[in-house]
Design a protein around this ligand. Sequence first.
Ligand SMILES: Nc1ncnc2c1ncn2[C@@H]1O[C@H](COP(=O)(O)OP(=O)(O)OP(=O)(O)O)[C@@H](O)[C@H]1O
Length: 271
Amino acid sequence: MVPTKFKVQTQKSKVRINSESSFVQLETKKLNVYYGDKHAVKDVSLPFYKNTVTAFIGPSGCGKSTVLRCFNRMNDTVPGARVTGEILIEDVNINDPAINAINLRRHVGMVFQRPNPFAKSIFDNITLAPRLYGASKQDQEQMVEESLKKVGLWDEVKDRLHQSALALSGGQQQRLCIARAIAMKPKILLLDEPTSALDPISTAKIEELVQELKEEFTIVIVTHNMQQAARISDYTAYFYMGDLIEWSPTEQLFTRPKRKETEDYLTGRFG
Ligand SMILES: Nc1ncnc2c1ncn2[C@@H]1O[C@H](COP(=O)(O)OP(=O)(O)OP(=O)(O)O)[C@@H](O)[C@H]1O
């Protein structure tokens, strides 16, 4: 049992898991990742349920981002990286060499730690990829309005869509990056420490947004902030040195962890 003073408040009462949440959207089976001789991720088998948020927690270097990057095959571009095991998205193994990584990324959007808008207009940031797939002008306009409304940015930027995205604040830029990631209507949204560069108000907005977006997407978030994991996720996976130590419903993991190692991490005894 985690002593009360170390307990992180979970807000499960606010977390609504919808009826499709028993559907496994994404699954890893014996996932291993090597960087040369370094065995960075070891035999990780995990389900990710549709329209839920799963948080990855654990000390620096434990493999959280590496696992996340497998889901859109970003590790393909890392020299010396090797991935074994299966990653199934709706039963299709995305590690199959026949799967085109560019097409895969239409279904798996990603947002990074630092907001990284292109040095282009707000409008172009969202429509760049859809244009490559032949979206008409009308579709693009609809996409821009829809995705900016979803991230709560429309009212703030609707009169300056053709101005540079770099003129936005950090928090606005991160919401724009989320809008860009969801414009193509992916099935899965990956968030790699999306609030670590943001102030508390922008962080709260993104956390609220994640709760709204899970109605439509299956979300996986890497975070160093345990309170954040407790506040916004439905499931939490705790990693240590490449091993998955525990995966549980978030409320359970934070209040009644199954493993002593998890409890030690939550109570600050190591990590
Ligand atoms: N491109 C790379 N080449 C070699 N080793 C790497 C590479 N990327 C990550 N690693 C190693 O793999 C291990 C896992 O790294 P990863 O970035 O996944 O950890 P993390 O848990 O996300 O860490 P952090 O919380 O600090 O971001 C670490 O030992 C790291 O040094």
